[in-house]
Design a protein around this ligand. Sequence first.
Ligand SMILES: Cc1cc2nc3c(=O)[nH]c(=O)nc-3n(C[C@H](O)[C@H](O)[C@H](O)COP(=O)(O)O)c2cc1C
Length: 499
Amino acid sequence: MENMIPHSLFVILEILAYLFVFVVGISALWIVILYLIDKAQTKHAIRHNYPVIGRLRYRFEYLGGFFRQYFADDREELPFNRAERNWVYRAAKNLDNTVPFGSSNNLTTSGKIYFANCMYPTPDKDAVAPEKVTIGPSARQPYRHAPFFNISAMSYGAISKPAVQALSKGAKAAGIWLNTGEGGLASYHLEGGCDLIFQMGTAMFGVRDERGRLSDKKLEQIAGHDQVKMFEIKLSQGAKPGKGGILPGVKVTEEIAAIRHIPVGKDAISPNRFPDIENADELLDFIGRVREVSGKPTGIKLCVGNFNELADLCTAVEKRGIEAAPDFITLDSGDGGTGAAPMPLIDNVGIPIRESLPLAVDMLKRYHLRERIKVIAAGKLITPSEVAWALSAGADFINNARGFMFALGCIQALRCNKNTCPTGVTTHNKRLQAGLNPEDKAVRVAQYAQNIQREVGIIAHACGVKEPRQLRRSHARVVTDMGKSISFGELYPDVEEAE
Ligand SMILES: Cc1cc2nc3c(=O)[nH]c(=O)nc-3n(C[C@H](O)[C@H](O)[C@H](O)COP(=O)(O)O)c2cc1C
């Protein structure tokens, strides 16, 4: 028998045996070393009390972020649950988005919204497409735009090059706008040929002079791009009111540093306020200057914290005349998203859109500014029912950021601030970006936008109106603490009707 096995095989087996003993020995030695390190250190109680094995806690904690989404209940997770994410994924892929058997949406939970259908829904032949809305009628170049669902601000920096390229191309295909976010204008924004809203954050990236103040010359240059249709002055963002933009140093690449005129690799923290804007009058001055120099509609973005300040702004407009008003107000929600924010701000500062939108719309009505100032709402409005609610509450347009991130392939890994986004959406790591093909994802971006508008239309027709912008508060109902619903119109009575 022995003679039948070649000598060389014995040699290989012997080497493998030695190797095995060596690997086991090294591993055992490594475990002993880790044990001694863990026992000796006193910084981490778990590692000290449960040497070696306690280390797994950190690994599981890290992996939990990725795995949670596969095991949690369909309606359980935050910021977005699986039911919401899946709807977006399927809409973006243009897959059948019908649901079998029955709803998993518990309509007895306090705060839930549903719609009051009518006995005689709008027949298909009577349904009409949303009309164009004019923003900034007194600007030299007013902007007329029909689609009510558009892409919210996300800077090139917070999101990656292929992500911006896909958004730009997808926006063009769907005929919607793309907001540049506060990181300035990159060639990737222009690439697809879509309409752009140029956002000016407190650091005024792209339009600032050497001293960090607004440069009229640079503003003119940006406005010179035909694609740039409007300017948005960002006073605050729902995820971090009171704090300027934050781009962690690890995401400040050479190219991004060049666009923003900041040092490579260093955290880019924008000031928490515009240096020249301290009150309503100064804000109107600034808006007037941007509109005058650019010739294009100019508005503000904010997350409301105090309605008296909004009233002050309306009073200041009243004094100066209606033309001085911001052309639009983008209302961001206290639970809005971000690339990076301090936890107390992301969790507990700023009024959520559910409350701020109807109150802000009513405030504008009280000052007879509702027609003049268009309202754009943002904040977790990623599915048709949420968008339909915002329209019924009084928004003219909806801006959406994270829904479009899902359309780009985001899996809610919550890594936007780390440059390690596994889907390439918020990282500048080329290896991780490789899976995000701008051409493919542009199609998904466009399909998501188109499907959401189509399905908001379905809700509108069920409520008996011809198009989504005709939805009114009386079409929505909200579930109260008692599990009973009341009309949203009763909760927030229409100001004009009341007067
Ligand atoms: C990755 C990321 C980057 C963002 N960057 C900006 C920005 O540059 N400027 C801004 O005003 N808002 C920014 N936002 C906020 C969004 O524009 C939006 O207001 C907010 O996320 C609420 O919308 P959503 O719930 O549809 O995401 C960002 C959000 C995300 C998720």
